[in-house]
Design a protein around this ligand. Structure first.
Ligand code: PEP
Length: 248
């Protein structure tokens, strides 16, 4: 049985005081304990978020990291820095990072290996653009993204990861992939992992769908066999919506 995981990706939203308020609103509501809740907040709010969720079931994630522990990388944040604030998860290879910050399958793999080495669970993002779907290359592209992200990752370490399938055309656009489209791609991802590591590992890894998930569509998506959770942008910024997603 895979425990469902709903993660909010706040992106570049919320100052520290705003984050404090939002976390306060979320943690003071009744949350379904059989669903894992994760808040991926901006770096500046990580320490506060960790402190505020100490006696709750809410886990905290960063939205990115560098793969090196330290060095001349102006503006970057390292895995050891995330360790010191006891961050649980780190989003790796979000499409916005691939698109605006030139992240490639190669740097995604470096970050995945480094995150695992430092005890941070990576949420590995993959997904295609609308053009790639229209060209009908989305399945091979996503399979390649998975193979690249897991390059040199051992079987045991692979079980520590979460994968997020996020079709770029559905992120922040209000256009959700249909539950069938999302399921088809999540099944493809599980099969690709199965070919790399075998059935047991493939069955243990949680695969999220991301792209305009909201209270109105979450239960249908979550009813799909290969969808174990959601990575949520917009709807994670409003406590009442995020709580509805956790309690889907
Ligand atoms: C995301 O940022 O990963 C995302 C899926 O955003 P949204 O839910 O706003 O589409």
């Amino acid at each position: 049985m895979r425990k469902p995981i709903i993660a909010g990706n706040w992106k570049m939203n919320k100052t520290i005081s705003e984050a404090e308020q939002l976390i306060d609103e979320i943690k003071n509501q009744k949350l379904n304990e059989s669903v894992e809740a994760v808040l991926c907040v901006p770096y500046l709010s990580l320490a506060k978020a960790k402190e505020m969720t100490k006696y709750t079931n809410i886990n905290i994630g960063a939205q990115n990291m560098h793969w090196e522990e330290s060095g001349a990388f102006t503006g970057e944040v390292s895995p050891t820095m995330l360790n010191e604030v006891q961050v649980d998860y780190v989003i790796i290879g979000h499409s916005e990072r691939r698109q605006y910050f030139n992240e490639t399958d190669e740097t995604v793999n470096k970050k995945v290996l480094s995150a695992i080495y430092h005890g941070l669970a990576p949420i590995i993002c993959v997904g295609e653009t609308l053009e790639q779907r229209e060209e009908n290359i989305h399945t091979s592209l996503v399979a390649e993204q998975i193979k690249a992200a897991f390059s040199n990752v051992s079987n045991e370490d692979a079980t520590k990861t979460v994968v997020a399938y996020e079709p770029i055309w559905a992120i922040g656009t209000g256009k959700t992939a249909s539950s069938e489209q999302a399921e088809e791609m999540c099944a493809l991802i599980r099969n690709t992992i199965k070919a790399l590591y075998g059935k047991e590992t493939a069955e243990s890894i949680r695969i999220q769908y991301g792209g305009s998930v909201k209270p109105g569509n979450v239960s249908e998506l979550m009813s799909m066999e290969n969808i174990d959770g959601a990575l949520v942008g917009g709807a994670s910024l409003k406590s009442s919506d995020f709580v509805k997603l956790i309690n889907y």
